[in-house]
Design a protein. Structure first.
Length: 281
């Protein structure tokens, strides 16, 4: 279990560090959007380094999920928020005031509350019906930013960050399923899930670039980071049979932790207009 914790901490450091590099690369190309932005970012060193860190973080998380539950994995990923705030202030010269600190703290405290609850690790495979349900729930949100672009309108940073968060939430769920397949003979299924992750993660990555291009990293990143943590935690009992405690008080702490994270998202979202204006003066 200790090795799993170490791997997750390394994964969140890599992924949050990549955000700064991607933000620098995306903001240097305001004339690009969507797929062209992805290509433009990939042609320059900061963008390539950001992509490499993102990929490396995912591999580390995949290995960690062999040893710890999806719930604990998602909770530990919040440790990267402090690194993000420090890097955003140092490298992007973005203002960080008490509202943003309060929002990040609400997210971190809420998820940390869940960490102390006895949640059992599950390894039940996802059924075809649940895959279909996940597609119905997440697909409209994931494609929304691209639909807005098709209408020749500017994609709001908050919409792009929410869509990215949902993409990364699905990626986390699929990664857990892949981790359970490691060491098995289900090579075809593993390859199919890898393809699914490649498609969804690419869409999420494009949404993330749009969000970083249009909004402040200290706002949009905690939004999609919170969603990619809260959503898998909420769905883990359904998709992987991770067991919640039966004591009502402990169940209340888990629910309260999730709600606390949502409050943090709202705080950061309301502060987005102020931060975007301040970073572009």
């Amino acid at each position: 279990m200790l090795l799993g914790v170490i791997l997750v901490l390394l994964a969140t450091a890599a992924q949050n560090g990549s955000v700064v590099l991607l933000a620098v690369a995306a903001r240097g190309r305001p004339e690009h959007s969507g797929p062209s932005l992805l290509v433009a970012v990939g042609r320059h060193l900061p963008g390539l380094a950001g992509m490499a860190l993102n990929t490396g973080g995912w591999v580390l998380e995949l290995l960690a999920l062999r040893r710890i539950s999806l719930t604990l994995d998602r909770i530990l990923m919040t440790s990267g928020f402090a690194l993000l705030l420090w890097l955003a202030r140092r490298e992007l010269q973005e203002p960080v005031d008490r509202r943003e600190v309060a929002g990040v703290a609400a997210i971190a405290v809420g998820i940390a509350a869940v960490a102390f609850m006895p949640i059992g690790r599950g390894a039940a495979p996802i059924t075809l019906g649940r895959w279909a349900l996940m597609a119905v729930i997440f697909a409209p949100i994931i494609v929304a930013p691209f639909a807005v672009q098709r209408l020749d309108r500017r994609t709001p940073a908050l919409l792009a960050s929410v869509a990215a968060g949902m993409c990364y939430a699905v990626t986390g769920i699929v990664t857990k399923e892949m981790a359970d397949l490691l060491g098995s003979k289900a090579v075809a299924e593993f390859a199919l899930l890898l393809l699914v992750i490649a498609v969804i993660d690419t869409l999420g990555f494009m949404d993330e670039l749009i969000a970083l291009q249009e909004g402040a990293a200290t706002v949009v990143v905690p939004v999609f980071s919170a969603l990619r943590i809260v959503v898998p935690v909420a769905l883990a009992p359904v998709f992987f049979a991770e067991t919640w405690p039966r004591v009502p008080l402990e169940q209340a702490v888990i629910v309260g932790g999730i709600l606390c994270n949502l409050i943090g998202v709202v705080i950061l979202s309301r502060a987005s207009a102020h931060l975007v204006a301040a970073t572009r003066k």
